[in-house]
Unconditional design. Sequence first.
Length: 141
Amino acid sequence: MGKKIIIGLIFVLAFSIYGYFSAVPGVENNEQDYSKIEIRSQTFDFGEVEYGQILKHTFKIRNSGNQILEISKVATSCGCTMAQINQEKINPQEEIDLEVTYDTGAMSGAHAKGNQERIIYIKSNDPINPQTEVTIFANVK
């Protein structure tokens, strides 16, 4: 009797797992049905810089999918950093600029100098990667 119960429980458990994964929405592995955000290099290091400098870097954002990629929000981890894109909708296989400006003099006190890291968050309609980020680094003297 015990073996029948164990076999029955295994069957119910396996069926439940199969049903769960069948019911959970996901993206089919068909690249033509969605947009896909791609950023060549997700980090940039300005190296050693003087306090008070305004630093700029441009990241390239590419839509490597086959549907229009829509950037819904760009935010930064600090008020000393600004980021802007030159368009919100990116056609398939098209590339745009994400311009990042870091004002090293905008912060004061002990935390304004030394090794710095600032993160830029990018939200889009990419169903696999709806939020991605890029990071800038600097050693402020």
